[in-house]
Design a protein around this ligand. Structure first.
Ligand SMILES: NC(=O)c1ccc[n+]([C@@H]2O[C@H](COP(=O)([O-])OP(=O)(O)OC[C@H]3O[C@@H](n4cnc5c(N)ncnc54)[C@H](OP(=O)(O)O)[C@@H]3O)[C@@H](O)[C@H]2O)c1
Length: 379
């Protein structure tokens, strides 16, 4: 082998050792963020094994450095690429494979969330806690609430009355932006837990990035609040931490100081308001999007274009709207008042939209938007 060839082999070996270091860094981040100890132990073991074998191979290349060096380097790179791809697939936010009634979405820390949850904003206004009892009876095991909805107490009472074990129900709540900041956010979390009759939440979200557009300190408040979210997560009080109504320019500054990255962002998403730029960003950051107002607060149910597709599948417009989101890899939290609608909104697994229908629905111009824009609203 020529001197140049030998130098190349050594350079490759050095590059390889650097890559092993980067992989180890990623494995450590996964370890810190995941609550799935079993999988973690496995992946750490695997990572250590890869690192050890990589180092051994690297040493062989450096020492022997002649004949098989090139081959070994390329094989090692190939095997690392495969591992990275597997890890990417595991972490992927997009649902893979067939959608069934048992389908769940997996957050990047391994926590699973049901595909169809029950939205409770204004849900208990008329029917009180009976509406929640109905939703549980209809089969919902994910309840979306918020301090702002002022219904956590009714939800807590309904859960207790239902007799369903606490751990069988995924409870998500949110902190209102007036309660951001180190002390107030913890206070809000404790109040939510108390009313819901639980010592922990399955998910806790920051409801909006800022309370007012004139608040020039919103980034600092967010950073301080996120620190508390991380503490609560590490204390085991919250199984998954996330955001709501955060756009890329709200998430980026938060990521600068975050040591645990947000796992989910709940956004207004429905046919007619798909926020494609934000979805693309969330995918790149491996943050799962979740759709609020998936039916566009019923506005999209009357849309002729949606109804045409619904007729072709002999299903309701509501089912098409929900199925569309789920097929796009987005879990949904529709709200409904009657048992029949509650059940219907869960039965979206016995038909599929075609790629062309997905494309068509994705291109419907803006319609049904709530007008609640995170950079425009004043709370
Ligand atoms: N993070 C946030 O800032 C935020 C903001 C808004 C909402 N959310 C969450 O998202 C949840 C859902 O959003 P949303 O309540 O605004 O709107 P939505 O779920 O898009 O629509 C609810 C409306 O659709 C109707 N509906 C439901 N299922 C139906 C069916 N199968 N057939 C016909 N009509 C049907 C309901 O009527 P009935 O109730 O009369 O049955 C209600 O009028 C909320 O409850 C809340 O948990 C979060």
């Amino acid at each position: 082998m020529s001197d140049n060839g030998f130098t190349q082999v050594i350079d490759d070996a050095i590059e390889k050792v650097g890559e092993i270091g980067r992989n180890a860094g990623e494995a450590i981040r996964d370890f810190k963020e995941s609550d799935n100890m079993g999988k973690l132990a496995g992946s750490v073991k695997k990572g250590a094994k890869t690192a050890a074998s990589g180092v051994a191979k690297g040493a062989k290349i450096a020492a022997g450095g002649v004949k098989d060096g090139g081959k070994i380097v390329s094989e090692t790179i190939k095997s690392n690429a495969k591992e990275r791809a597997e890890r990417r697939a595991y972490r992927s936010n997009m649902h893979q494979g067939e959608l069934t009634p048992d389908t769940v979405f997996t957050l990047k820390n391994g926590v699973c969330i049901p595909t169809v949850g029950f939205g409770t904003y204004l849900a208990t206004e008329n029917g009180g806690r009976q509406v929640i009892l109905d939703a549980l009876e209809a089969g919902y095991r994910y309840l979306d609430t918020a301090r702002f909805y002022q219904n956590e107490k009714e939800i807590g009472e309904a859960i207790e009355e239902s007799g369903i074990p606490r751990d069988d129900i995924f409870i998500a709540s949110k902190v209102w932006p007036t309660m951001l900041g180190e002390e107030k956010i913890r206070e809000s979390f404790e109040a939510s837990c108390k009313d819901l009759g639980t010592d922990h939440l399955d998910m806790f979200l920051i409801h909006w990035p800022k309370v007012s557009q004139s608040d020039e300190e919103w980034k600092e408040k967010l950073a301080a609040s996120w620190k508390v979210m991380e503490e609560l997560y590490k204390e085991g009080r919250i199984r998954a931490i996330g955001l709501s109504n955060f756009l890329p320019h709200h998430i980026r500054p938060l990521l600068e100081s975050a040591s645990i990255r947000p796992m989910l962002d709940q956004l207004e998403l429905h046919v007619g308001y798909m926020q494609e730029y934000t979805l693309e960003y969330l995918k790149s950051e491996k943050i799962l999007p979740q759709a609020w107002s998936p039916l566009g607060r019923a506005v999209m149910l009357d849309d002729e274009r949606v109804i045409k597709i619904a007729n072709a599948h002999e299903v309701s417009a509501a089912k098409v709207l929900l199925r569309y989101l789920v097929q796009r890899g987005i879990p949904v939290i529709p709200k409904a008042s009657t048992m029949a609608r509650m059940k219907a909104n869960m039965e979206i697994f016995d038909f599929s939209l075609t790629e062309d229908e997905i494309s068509y629905l994705s291109c419907i111009p803006e319609k049904g938007w709530s007008t609640e824009h995170p950079d425009l609203v004043e709370w």
